[in-house]
Design a protein around this ligand. Structure first.
Ligand code: RNT
Ligand code: ZN
Length: 414
């Protein structure tokens, strides 16, 4: 008897159908961020020095992708090592402009023609993000909420052209394109005008989102603090929670964007009482918003468990958001993507009604005992089966593939 059929029987004993869980777990799309491949650098050319805009990948492991072809090459390799349905998530700075300098407020869907063609070839869909950071016009630390009309209108134009690009991608690929707005705006220290920027930010988004664009699904992402915005973040959680609800756009929860003891998992059952869907940026904060590679830890497990318990897995849009330049970047991707899919599978294997019944009847010791036993159930055998059904390497086998790719491809990059 195979390890899987034994495991399947164990889960069946708890009333859980492992085959169905595998099938469901494979079908949930995970949007792979292109920016782990090149450390959030992008390929645009512009004059003057730029600040990273509050986010930064640290490390200089060999193999950073230096152009869009290399990013796509890396993503293809990654896709061959991870099970299930995936999408690719781009930022505006990944436009291909044929060596021409094109302003961020002049970008068009044509600048993403190669990406769209590639997505078609790969049979995947695209998501998109305006890039409101790492640009001379963002050097004051304020973009959409800036008090300088020129700066603010430049970024409003950027938001508008990016929505058109997202709608174009959606049309070309026959799928909605999730278009997530994150801005770095905020103050480093003792900010005394906290009202003005927030008021202007509302007005800016209202202008950007004015037109209804089929296929473009807008989301807004809050943050607690960033590099250079330690004291004040214009787009805080309270700001976006209210903005998204009143304007009917999607709220994005990045797992690294809250106080360290806050649980994103716990927020879901509150937010999804009011919202149809939520965008999740899976990330791993270490002491701060460090964007470490996602691993299969309690936070991730609890997040997906909460969604599954609420029958809400299809109401979460799952997108990865981490970047580590200190390790093999293919490895970073594969670890994070596999961990995310594992957490989804784990959630689907929970005998939820059984433990909820215990709780309902006040049998809380029994509940705790079952949950402890669940931790050492033969989950690994079900995960391996999922990988083998998806025809991707099982267990640690993918590591050799990563090493071979490093030798032949990554180390050859200069
Ligand atoms: C930054 C946000 C944002 C970015 C990406 C590149 O703190 O998390 O989502 O990481 O858009
Ligand atoms: Zn994010």
């Amino acid at each position: 008897m195979s390890a899987y059929s034994l495991a399947k029987d164990v889960y069946a004993g708890l009333g859980v159908d492992a085959d169905a869980a595998i099938e469901q777990a494979l079908a949930i799309p995970i949007s792979i961020h292109c920016w782990q491949a090149d450390d959030v650098s992008g390929f645009e050319m512009h004059e003057g020095t730029t600040d990273s805009g509050g986010i930064m990948a640290t490390g200089n492991y060999p193999g950073q992708a230096k152009n869009a072809n290399q990013v796509r090459q890396d993503l293809e390799r990654v896709l061959s090592l991870v099970p299930g349905v995936h999408r690719a998530n781009l930022h505006a700075i990944y436009a291909e402009t044929n060596g021409k300098s094109v302003g961020r407020d002049e970008l068009e869907v044509e600048h993403f023609a190669n990406w769209i063609g590639w997505a078609k070839d790969m049979g995947i869909k695209l998501d998109f993000n305006p890039t409101y950071f790492a640009h001379p016009m963002a050097s004051s630390g304020y973009t959409l909420s800036s008090g300088e009309p020129e700066v603010r209108s430049f970024w409003i134009r950027h938001g508008i052209v990016c929505r058109n690009i997202a709608a174009g991608m959606a049309k070309a690929l026959g799928s909605e394109c999730v278009h997530n707005h994150w801005i770095p705006d905020g103050g480093k220290d003792a900010t005394v005008d906290r009202w003005g920027p927030r008021k202007r930010l509302i007005e800016a988004y209202d202008e950007i989102l004015n037109e209804s664009l089929p296929g473009c699904t807008d989301a807004v992402e809050s943050k607690l603090f960033g590099l250079g915005s330690e004291d004040y973040v214009v787009g805080s959680f309270e700001f976006y929670m209210n903005y998204s609800l009143t304007r009917k756009v999607i709220l994005c929860l990045d797992m690294g964007h809250f106080h360290p003891t806050e649980s994103v998992a716990d927020k879901l059952s509150a937010i999804l009482q009011f919202h149809d869907r939520v965008l999740l940026h899976t990330s791993r904060p270490m002491r701060w918003d460090s964007d470490h590679v996602v691993v299969y830890n309690d936070e991730l497990r609890h997040t997906f468990a909460e969604l599954a318990r609420g029958g809400a897995l299809s109401r979460a849009i799952v997108a990865l958001d981490f970047f580590d330049a200190s390790i093999n970047r293919i490895g970073a991707y594969v670890v994070g993507i596999r961990a995310t899919r594992k957490a989804i599978l784990n959630a689907l294997l929970e005998p939820t009604s059984m433990i909820q019944r215990c709780e309902f009847h006040g049998k809380n010791a029994q509940k705790l005992a079952i949950m402890e036993e669940l931790k050492t159930m033969p989950f690994g055998a079900v995960w391996d089966e999922l990988c083998s059904r998806a025809a991707v390497p099982v267990g640690m086998d993918w590591i050799r593939d990563m090493e071979a790719y490093e030798k032949t491809v990554l180390c050859a990059r200069t």
